[in-house]
Design a protein around this ligand. Sequence first.
Ligand SMILES: NC(=O)c1ccc[n+]([C@@H]2O[C@H](COP(=O)([O-])OP(=O)(O)OC[C@H]3O[C@@H](n4cnc5c(N)ncnc54)[C@H](OP(=O)(O)O)[C@@H]3O)[C@@H](O)[C@H]2O)c1
Length: 282
Amino acid sequence: MTILVTGATGLVGREVVGQLLKAGHDVRALTRRPVAAGLPEGVTVVEGDLERPESLRAALRGVERMYLFPVPHAVSDVVAMAKRAGVRRVVVLSGAEADNDMFGSGYRIVERAVEESGLEWTHLRPGEFAGNWLDWAQRVRTERVVRRPYGGAVTQPTHEADVAAVAATVLAEDGHAGMTYTFAGPEALTVAEQVKAIGVAIGQEIRFEEQDPTQARDGWIQDGYPAEVVDVLFGMWAESARGPAPVDEERAAVVQRLTGRPGRTFARWAADHAADFEQPIP
Ligand SMILES: NC(=O)c1ccc[n+]([C@@H]2O[C@H](COP(=O)([O-])OP(=O)(O)OC[C@H]3O[C@@H](n4cnc5c(N)ncnc54)[C@H](OP(=O)(O)O)[C@@H]3O)[C@@H](O)[C@H]2O)c1
């Protein structure tokens, strides 16, 4: 049985490839740029673009199961082609915000296209990725500082290896058809606590500077974020910074239930990614 992993060069997809290979599956990996893929031995790398369904013909040949990275454009044609090629099961990388009108419409387009295809489907809706901190890695490497508003905002970061482990489980195991799994990491931490944990992982202190939200808002908009998105996001952070947010045990338990072990902590994520943050200041 061949499993096609799309988004295979991504933070999660790369882990999905690795975990499926380790479990002995026949894995095919999709990328738009095979030369730059850097995927492990043992995986067949194929070129294709999810925005150009006709480019997927070779990638889909003989595939029975598929991990679908969410690219809304042309997704109905992509799943129709997959069905014609003989794919029977699709596991969708969606997001916990899928039902949020501001952030989730792309996820819902992909989920709906797969539901309407008549293929067997499972939707994965992970919460915020710990990997989002990689956007701050350069600043940490060069200045050892993170400047953000709402240092007290709480999130429940999810390690990409856990998203991948959930995906690998539902790709391989029966019994998950028609299920939507919303899940998250095992602990609720403030933004400032997450910065501290990255500092511990690299053995260096990282300064957290709390920005004034009004100034930060202008900066984010200048960086290209739409004002209405920034407002919703900042509103969510302001709300969560107001009081102690308990861990969403239900979401954390999904990882344990599906993978047989608790989700990885943020400290573990930071240790796994220490190299991304630790280049010394020259
Ligand atoms: N960040 C969060 O907090 C969060 C939370 C929940 C869900 N999510 C979802 O997770 C996604 C990110 O996953 P990730 O971190 O594993 O990915 P990533 O590291 O952002 O990498 C993007 C991947 O998508 C592939 N890709 C993009 N456009 C493509 C196209 N048109 N055709 C084929 N492949 C395409 C890229 O492949 P090539 O460049 O090799 O072609 C690459 O493998 C987000 O886009 C979001 O949908 C994110």
